[in-house]
Design a protein around this ligand. Structure first.
Ligand code: PLP
Length: 329
């Protein structure tokens, strides 16, 4: 039995983007998961409902989590830990090269510090097993000192509890809207993409789900989503309904790489801001909304389609990207 801590109390808004719909010739809705949970919100709030549920069931007093320097996951975990009277340790990995001082001190780093998180760093941003092992070593020290640590792992060797949060989101959207033709979402660790897809199939939806790669190319991300869904069947048996053909990954906006802005991302950020008055973040949603624009332009999303863009948040990182964004203006 999987425990859950309620963090996202009410359904997040599902709003029609009227002006973009008109411009693009589709019926575009935005699922406002940027409003999910505390401290500037985001998709990780839904994932953390299950990790904190498990942590509380294990009487944990300290949460340990790892992520990129501008990790939204770490910032949200730090905030939720406080609401439960827990200590938070966040490990920040050097995943993005050539960033200025503001990248390491502003945005999510600033917020995690304000939230009282203990910050440690890990020198390699492409070593999921190593990053987990470093957290595990810190957890072992805490245990020796009489504490009860709980590690939120990054690598694939652990049950995909976070994906359950997006199984819930899929059911929530279906209840709000009677489904869409196409959903578009960022695909990073893959928990959000895999959970949303499995949840939609479980809820009887045959919609297309396009995952926009933000972390690795489509050739690696597709199989990763398959593996997460396979492991998810142990927690959510309806995930077995997902076929290989259901897994759609697109990586045309990924370059120049994780946490870096290419021209498609920049266009997407300005288009959303200047048409709908809504911000996208530079790491995730700029790339996922770029997927909406590209698929409408190519006709892969036919005109008149009902489209749901899942806004997964990340807005706290905007100010840490001042150096790149200032060039746009
Ligand atoms: C982590 C994150 C994602 C990607 O979610 P995954 O479940 O890791 O694939 C998308 N958007 C934002 C804002 C994020 O912080």
């Amino acid at each position: 039995m999987v425990q859950e801590l309620q963090i996202v109390a009410d359904p997040t808004p599902l709003v029609k983007a009227a002006r973009l719909s008109q411009e693009l010739g589709v019926e575009l809705y935005i699922k406002r998961d940027d409003l999910a949970g505390p401290t500037f919100g985001g998709n990780k709030s839904r994932q953390l409902e299950y990790y904190f549920g498990d942590a509380l069931a294990n009487q944990a007093d300290t949460i340990l989590i790892t992520g990129a320097v501008q990790s939204n996951f770490a910032r949200l975990a730090a905030a939720i830990a406080k609401t439960q009277g827990m200590h938070a340790i966040v490990q920040l990995e050097e995943r993005v090269a050539d960033k200025p001082e503001l990248y390491r001190t502003s945005g999510n780093v600033l917020l995690s510090s304000l939230l009282g998180a203990e910050i440690m760093s890990y020198p390699d941003g492409e070593d999921e097993a190593g990053a987990d092992a470093a957290l595990q070593a810190r957890a072992a020290e805490l245990q020796k000192a009489g504490r009860t640590p709980y590690v939120i792992h990054l690598s694939e060797d652990h049950p995909p509890l976070g994906a359950l949060g997006y199984v819930d989101a899929a059911h929530e959207i279906m209840a709000q809207s009677h489904d869409f033709d196409t959903y578009v979402v960022a695909s990073g660790s893959g928990s959000t993409h895999a959970g949303l897809l499995a949840g939609l199939r479980g809820a009887g939806s045959a919609a297309k789900v396009i995952g926009s790669c933000v972390r690795r190319g489509a050739e690696a991300q597709g199989p990763r989503i398959r593996r997460i869904i396979n492991r998810l069947t142990h927690l959510y048996p309806e995930a077995a309904n997902v076929t290989d053909g259901d897994i759609i990954v697109w990586d045309d906006a990924l370059a120049p790489g994780y946490g870096k802005l290419g021209p498609k991302s920049k266009d997407a950020m300005l288009r959303m801001a200047r048409t709908e008055g809504l911000h996208l973040d530079p790491v995730y949603t700029a790339k996922s909304f770029a997927a909406v624009l590209a698929h409408v332009e190519s006709g892969a999303i036919p005109s008149g389609s009902r489209v749901c863009f899942v806004h997964t948040g990340g807005l706290a990182a905007l100010f840490a990207y001042h150096h790149e964004l200032a060039n746009l203006i």
